[in-house]
Design a protein around this ligand. Sequence first.
Ligand SMILES: N=c1c2ncn([C@@H]3O[C@H](COP(=O)(O)OP(=O)(O)OP(=O)(O)O)[C@@H](O)[C@H]3O)c2ncn1[C@@H]1O[C@H](COP(=O)(O)O)[C@@H](O)[C@H]1O
Length: 111
Amino acid sequence: MEEKLKALLALDETIRHRREHPQEGSYTCYLFDKGIDKILKKCGEENAEMIIAAKNNDPDEIANEVSDLLFHILVMMQERGVSLEAVLDILASRSMKTGNLKTFHQVDHNS
Ligand SMILES: N=c1c2ncn([C@@H]3O[C@H](COP(=O)(O)OP(=O)(O)OP(=O)(O)O)[C@@H](O)[C@H]3O)c2ncn1[C@@H]1O[C@H](COP(=O)(O)O)[C@@H](O)[C@H]1O
């Protein structure tokens, strides 16, 4: 598992490298070249495809679409200067806190 998590860090590093060193034939460079609108459009598309995969309840399809979405989110983060480490820091700090369910009052729509 740890080795596989390293692949996520390596992917993030590849994306960073692609941004700094444009390369012919690279899909990542194509996205950076097109700019933030294209990157966000792809994030939206991949998100929609992930939702459909989850609705279909197909584990392989879900894993594939989550992978596509993760890749495009990492590209968006690099474009906006947000590091994967910043996200991991937030997740790590949240992991210290359990019992996060918030209580809420039921809204009475008739009143
Ligand atoms: N993880 C990914 C990854 N996931 C998804 N994709 C691409 O994302 C695209 C999404 O598919 P779509 O059919 O929705 O998009 P499309 O029709 O090809 O393109 P659009 O014109 O619609 O944007 C496909 O072209 C996939 O190949 C990825 N492309 C690259 N990577 C990683 O990035 C690394 C660098 O890749 P290059 O930048 O291509 O060298 C690779 O080694 C991989 O590790």
